[in-house]
Design a protein around this ligand. Structure first.
Ligand code: HEC
Length: 218
């Protein structure tokens, strides 16, 4: 019995003092003196693979070879002037997930945190910052898209594809800063769902007539 007890004690001690290194501890074993190996170039952390082009880029996935996600990223990373002179990217026409009640509530909450200061509570471009002299944004409900105007297209912001709205929030546009670092991907889509809800509110006829036809530019 005593021998057995001693044997198990020995085992416990080996477990307790097994050779291991603390995070960032140095080591004489590797030539670079680090105990941990650097990740292989191109390593993607678990949960960070942005391979869903619809969700992360707001675009319709291209068939393999025609335009891989990395090309898409390059296109979206282009400067505003480059983007506006380029032909229109394959913007997604629908949200990447359903606009459920909780998505809309989240979108409203995020909109009232990040967008309302400039775009106003109904999206008419009359936020508090604008009252103090910031560039007045177009109304989501009654104005045309300035981005599409630069591409030479007359398009009401009510009619632009959701993927375009995602592009504007992610990369900014003109006087509007980008919100990629402040607003996580899913929240950007939730905000877009909420903007669509604002736009769905019936408009009186005079405002409605602003949207159709007419000349480009102001
Ligand atoms: C600091 C003020 C400010 C904030 C905050 C802001 N925007 Fe803007 N936004 C602008 C301005 C200014 C423009 C017009 C830019 C221009 O014409 O140069 C604009 C334009 C837009 C457009 C229209 C682009 C077009 O084609 O006409 C959309 C869509 C938009 N913003 C969405 C949003 C959303 C969604 C948020 C919140 C995540 C947001 N903005 C937050 C200032 C802001």
């Amino acid at each position: 019995v005593l021998i057995l007890a001693l044997a198990s004690l020995g085992c416990r001690q080996q477990m307790a003092v097994q050779p291991r290194v603390d995070p960032l501890e140095s080591s004489a074993f590797f030539a670079d003196g680090r105990s941990a190996r650097a990740p292989v170039p191109g390593t993607v952390a678990r949960g960070h693979l942005r391979d869903d082009v619809h969700l992360y880029f707001g675009q319709v996935a291209q068939p393999r070879g025609a335009g891989r996600a990395s090309d898409e990223r390059a296109a979206l990373g282009a400067t505003v002037s480059e983007r506006t002179t380029q032909s229109e990217p394959p913007y997604a026409a629908v949200l990447p997930f359903p606009a459920t009640k909780s998505v809309l509530q989240r979108g409203q909450e995020r909109y009232l945190i990040y967008c309302v200061v400039c775009h106003g509570p109904l999206g008419d471009g009359d936020g508090k910052v604008v009252e103090r002299g910031y560039t007045k944004p177009p109304s989501f409900r009654t104005d045309r898209s300035r981005g599409y105007e630069r591409r030479g297209k007359v398009m009401a912001l009510r009619d632009v594809p959701v993927g375009y709205l995602f592009d504007v929030i992610t990369n900014g546009f003109g006087a509007m800063p980008d919100y990629a670092s402040e607003v996580p991907t899913e929240d950007r889509w939730a905000i877009i769902a909420y903007i669509r809800a604002l736009q769905a509110v019936e408009l009186p006829t005079p405002q409605r007539s602003n949207l159709s036809g007419g000349e480009t530019g102001k």
